[in-house]
Design a protein around this ligand. Structure first.
Ligand code: FAD
Length: 417
């Protein structure tokens, strides 16, 4: 097959790669987006749909002793681990623990908030251009509480975030919460209603709408294997089903599989995954869930989606390709049923995705330290949907040499040595 050429090849058609490709194509670069399967069919398919404008603190490793003991027994809903994976994961977990200490976590939040503050605006801009605003709901979301102790602690935290980062919220008492969510069981003592974030009722649908816009602008999406990425002169070569593809620049946006390409090029980045599951349910009778909500003290999430009520689970620490073990889903389902009238399951099997994580909780966005014309865009952990559009713009600006709208220095891969 004949070799084709383009300005930029973007590897990985999850939400991050799609946004990178769209932003580059908007800047009149010829872009080919490459994935081994369809677009937004992996992690970006099944997430909880939040664009977390309030998420200035990336999700840290718990430091309180009680929580650590509970996690040690491996019986909680929010976290679960494969004991056999621990020797492999230990170096990552130690670093993650180190960066999650209060003072360090606060420093990381300052860096992270510089990306987060643009998340809704950047998605709004892409969604408007792609005719996809119908996917975005402007209800905010809720963190719900079962005990006064947790509620008061989190209310105080919300006030700190308001003062430090300007994050808006309404602190709801039990009665107001019941009025806003009449079908939720009256077992709650209050909630934080985050009003700045938005949510997406079909994350894959949003990704596909951005992809269509990319193609309308002349971008090409082809199947290919990112593991075949190889330097050729000052550019790059990748094998695709349409034959070899040459590109002046390459962007690795392979989410949890990014290490497949980076390792082959000699980078030893400390990446790991937190796996998560989802299942959809029909709402029983006339029941309606108005807001996405996190059952904070039980550790699962419920979101009204186009396909039904989506229950998503917390972090499963396991090797990326290990056998699926939807233990947390099994634990969460009866508790969710007590909270909200869920009818039958709508999926034949639980869906699983793998959040691509770094130990310092910041994504990797920017040029590769030791290769010309190579860029990294991965490691977005719990916030790949949230930060997809921001990352797309930032990478496009770096590739084309425009002034970046956010200082990219804190997200550089070189921080890992
Ligand atoms: C249960 C759960 C809930 C979540 N909730 C939220 C949320 O509410 N809000 C939020 O912001 N984030 C959320 N996340 C995180 C978010 O889904 C991820 O951060 C995001 O999807 C990562 O996107 P990505 O484009 O980096 O990776 P992916 O979507 O995984 O895309 C990577 C792509 O690379 C492709 N690929 C892999 N290997 C190769 C290869 N060899 N050759 C070619 N292509 C390859 C894959 O096919 C895939 O399409 C959640 C995650 C989970 C699991």
């Amino acid at each position: 097959m004949q070799k084709s050429n383009c300005d930029v090849v973007v590897l990985g058609a999850g939400i991050v790669g799609i946004c990178v490709a769209l932003h580059l194509q908007k800047r009149a670069r010829s872009v080919v987006l490459v994935d081994r399967r369809g677009a937004a069919e992996e992690t970006s398919f099944g997430n909880a749909g939040l664009i977390q404008r309030e998420g200035v603190y990336p999700y840290g490793f718990p430091h309180d002793f009680g929580a650590l003991v509970r996690y040690g027994f491996n019986r909680t809903i929010d976290a679960y681990y494969h004991p056999s994976a621990l020797p492999h994961l230990a170096p990552f977990l130690l670093k993650y623990w180190y960066h999650s200490r209060d003072a360090r976590h606060a420093e990381q939040a300052k860096r992270y908030s510089k990306l987060i503050e643009h998340c809704v605006l950047e998605h709004d801009a892409l969604a408007a251009e792609a005719g996809a605003t119908g996917f975005i709901r402007r209800t905010g979301w809720m963190k719900i509480f079962r005990t006064a102790r947790e509620r008061d602690k989190r209310f105080a935290e919300a006030e700190r975030w308001r003062a430090e980062f300007g994050i808006n919220s309404n602190l709801l008492d039990a009665r107001t919460l019941q009025e806003m969510e009449p079908h939720v069981a009256p077992v709650l003592v209050g909630a934080i209603h985050w009003t700045d974030p938005v949510s997406v009722d079909d994350p894959q649908g949003l990704g596909l709408a951005y992809l269509r816009r990319f193609e309308q602008l002349g971008g090409r999406f082809v199947q290919g294997n990112a593991a075949s990425l190889a330097a050729e002169g000052s550019g790059w070569n990748v094998r695709t089903v349409q034959g070899p593809l040459g590109a002046t620049a390459a962007v690795i946006a392979l989410g949890p599989w990014s290490d497949v390409a980076t390792r082959a090029l000699g980078y030893d980045l400390p990446l790991a995954v937190k796996r998560g599951y989802h299942m959809h349910y029909r709402a029983a009778g006339e029941a309606k869930l108005n807001y996405p909500m996190l059952d904070t003290e039980r550790g699962y999430f419920l979101a009204p989606m186009r396909r039904g009520i989506r229950l998503t689970t917390g972090a499963e620490f396991a090797l990326r390709d290990a056998i699926r073990t939807p233990v947390q889903l099994g634990r969460a389902e009866p508790i969710a049923r007590d909270l909200f009238p869920l009818a039958e399951r709508l999926d034949t099997e639980p869906w699983m995705g793998a959040r691509p994580c770094t130990p310092d909780m910041l994504p990797v966005i920017g040029p590769a330290p030791r290769h010309e014309n190579l860029f990294f865009a991965f490691g977005h952990a719990h916030h790949g949907l949230t930060l997809g559009a921001v990352t797309g713009r930032l990478i496009a600006e770096l590739v084309t040499g425009e002034a970046p709208f956010v200082d990219p220095a804190p997200y550089a891969a070189g921080r890992f040595g």
